[in-house]
Design a protein. Structure first.
Length: 49
């Protein structure tokens, strides 16, 4: 079963992206490098709870 997760910027803490993931296969928190329109650069985005 795939669950909806929210990705937040580590620099400004804004929640910019939503995606889905399979929590059975990947139980740890997701981290992706994505563009933050508030910071204006590519930053690390982490899954929020």
């Amino acid at each position: 079963m795939r669950d909806l997760v929210i990705l937040a910027c580590t620099e400004c803490k804004r929640r910019n992206y939503t995606t889905d993931k399979n929590k059975r296969k990947k139980p740890d928190r997701m981290e992706m490098k994505k563009f933050c329109k508030w910071c204006g650069t590519h930053t690390l985005h982490k899954e929020t709870r």
